[in-house]
Design a protein around this ligand. Structure first.
Ligand code: ATP
Length: 319
């Protein structure tokens, strides 16, 4: 199937006969494989009598050499899969199998992309980035402090550099363009955070996605924002460089050094919000974050701080 994709990825027309000859199969076998491609990878294929078959838009695959060529000195070993359940899950399996961190896991598609609290991250084939960077952390709870917010800053900068000037942050770890989600971040940790542990920095960025029936909130992508398709290998490399820069600063100076920058880029600074924790809801006004990355809210005129992976922020209707 991949070979057929390789032949079609240029986005040009190919006759059934030529495809069959290149693959060494009959025209009807080509037809069957095309049906598979459309169904399994959700890739629209134009079929025009007399001309043949054409992918609705050309595809460029993830490629380790192209990523390395643009990565400067930030060259992490990279594992690229065609399809995985989730790049975070794959990264955790690699940690388990003894792979030495830092390393990067990428996939063209996730069949069970994860969000927080068991939610799903919609991950169609060859359109977006599904990116998990694994770090080894030694004896440093401080190194974990505010880490998901630091990742948010790096993703935001990479998006702005790619032309999405209005990319901004929503506490704790979403990247939005106005009220539309363009990227999500999910950190997962194994080991003892007070001793030696591995943390997986999971990042999903909508890059060239233009349609997604099953995302149940407002979303956008780099292509929708900028009007042109984006080279994902280049974006992987640039994201790596931004991550490296922020992670270095975080490691040497702690999260407090990034607190102000984060607040300046917080979309909901000063807004009236509800903080949802399971069935509980706290109404307040966003003051900012503290030196550890916890949310500071003014609740009935009193400043309170909140942290934890189970919290969700929503704008209040009257904000
Ligand atoms: P919170 O506001 O609590 O962070 P969230 O809705 O942003 O909640 P996440 O766990 O960060 O939750 O992300 C999962 C949610 O993101 C899904 O429930 C879905 O609404 C949305 N989502 C899933 N796939 C995509 C995607 N490719 N692009 C944008 N949004 C998506």
């Amino acid at each position: 199937m991949l070979t057929l994709l390789e032949l079609l990825k240029d986005g040009r027309f190919h006759s059934g006969e030529a495809l069959g000859a290149a693959l060494g199969v009959s025209r009807s076998a080509v037809w069957k494989q095309l049906q598979h491609l459309e169904a399994e990878l959700n890739l629209p294929i134009h079929k025009v009598r007399g001309r043949g078959y054409q992918l609705a838009s050309p595809l460029a695959f993830l490629n380790a050499e192209e990523i390395a060529a643009n990565s400067g000195s930030t060259v992490w070993p990279v594992y690229i899969s065609d399809s995985v359940d989730s790049t975070n899950a794959e990264a955790l399996r690699l940690v388990d199998a003894g792979s030495a961190a830092p390393f990067l896991v990428l996939a063209e598609q996730q069949t069970a992309g994860r969000g927080r609290r068991g939610r799903k991250w919609v991950s169609p084939y060859a359109q977006n980035l599904y990116y998990s960077l694994v770090l080894r952390i030694e004896g440093g709870l401080r190194q974990l402090e505010g880490l998901s917010l630091v990742v948010g800053l790096a993703v935001m900068q990479a998006l702005r550099e790619a032309g999405v000037q209005r990319a901004a942050l929503k506490w704790p770890n979403d990247v939005l363009v106005e009220d539309k989600k363009i990227a999500g971040i999910l950190l997962e940790l194994v080991g003892d955070p007070a001793d030696i542990c591995h943390v997986v920095l999971g990042i999903g960025i909508n890059v060239n996605m233009q349609k997604a029936a099953d995302v149940d909130q407002q979303w956008t992508s780099v292509q929708l924002e900028t009007g042109s398709s984006v080279d994902r290998n280049h974006l992987v490399a640039r994201l790596g460089l931004h991550l490296q820069g922020y992670l270095d600063r975080h490691k040497s100076l702690g999260f407090s050094a990034l607190q102000e920058e984060w607040e300046q880029n917080h979309l909901w600074q000063g807004r009236a919000v509800s903080l949802i924790a399971g069935v509980n809801q706290i109404d307040g006004v966003v003051l900012g974050i503290d030196r550890q990355g916890a949310l500071r809210l003014s609740v009935d005129g009193v400043e309170k701080t909140y942290s934890g992976g189970e919290l969700s922020l929503r704008l209040r209707d009257d904000s």
